[in-house]
Design a protein around this ligand. Sequence first.
Ligand code: PBG
Length: 322
Amino acid sequence: MRQRPRRNRKSASIRAFHRETTIEPGHFVYPLFVHDRAEKHAIESMPGCYRLGLEDLKREVEGALADGVGAVVLFPAIHDSLKSSDGKEAHNPEGLIPRCLRALSDQFPELVLCTDVALDPYSSDGHDGIVSEGRILNDETVEVLVKQALTQAEAGADIIAPSDMMDGRVGAIRDALDAAGHTEVSILSYTAKYASAFYGPFRDALQSAPKFGDKKTYQMDPANARETLREIQLDEAEGADILMVKPAGPYLDVIRLMREATALPVAAYQVSGEYAMLKAAAKNGWLDEPQVVLESLTAIRRAGADIIFTYYARQAARWLRY
Ligand code: PBG
C-alpha cells in the first residue's frame, strides 16, 4: 500500500498541522434573555439559561468577556400588559432593550451588542408581524420594524439583526439607519430562517409562542434549499452586512450553499432546541457534553459559518481553553 491516510493522523501534533477547521470564542455570539425584574428566572427547557435582570445581565456579560466571548444578542421577555396587536413597545425608547443597551454600552465599550428585530416578544398575537384577520401584514410590519431598529441604534446597538422574515425589511432598515446618521450600525440578516420546531424552548423562555397558527407564511419551508439563493440576492442588494442561516445543525447543507453563494460573512444560529437536545442527553449521562458540543460547533464552522450564535458560547469558550 503506497497510500496510507492514517500517517496523517498518527499523533496530536501531526493532526494539528493539517486541521482544516478551528473554533474560537471570538467566533461566538452569546444570546441572553432579559426581563424587567431584579431576580433571575431559570428556563426549564434550557438548563443553564436564565431570564436576567439588569444586574445579573451585567455580571453575565462581564464573565463572557473574561471568557473571550465579545458579542451578545439580547432577547426580551415582555410583560403581558405591554404586549399589543401593533407591538408598539418594540420602539419605546424607554423600553427594556434600550435600557439594557444603554447600560451595557456605557459599562463595556468593547462589547459587540446585537439586537433582535421582530415583533413577537411585543405582540399580543405572538407573531413576528402585525396580524389582521389571521394574516401577517408585510409592509405595515416593516414600518414598525424600522422604528424598532432606529430605537435600538439610538440606544447603542452595534449590529441590528432582523429575525422576522418580512420581505424588504433589510433595505428599509438600512435606508432609515443611514438617513438618521447611523451609517456605522451593521445589519445581520436572518436570511434563511426556517419555520422550525427547534425554536420551542426559546418560545417558552420568552412566552412568545404564536397565539394561533404557525409562522409558515413568513419563515421558510424546511424542505427547501434553493429559496435561500433568492433570499441571499435580496439581502445583498438591500445592504445586509452579514447573512444568517437558522437553525444550524440540521441545516449544514444550507450553510454550505450560502457560503458558496456569497462573499459576505455567514453566521449560523445553533438554536434553543439544539441546545436542549444536547443538554438533555448530557444530563442523562448519554453523551459527553464538552465533546459533543465542540464537535457540533466545529461541524457548523466546517459547513461554512464564520460566526455562530450559541447558548453554549460561554461554556464552550471555557472548554476550548483545555
Ligand atoms: C423570533 C425569534 C425566534 C428565535 C430567535 N428570534 C423564534 C421564532 O422565530 O419563533 C429562535 C431562537 C432559538 O430557538 O434559539 N423572531
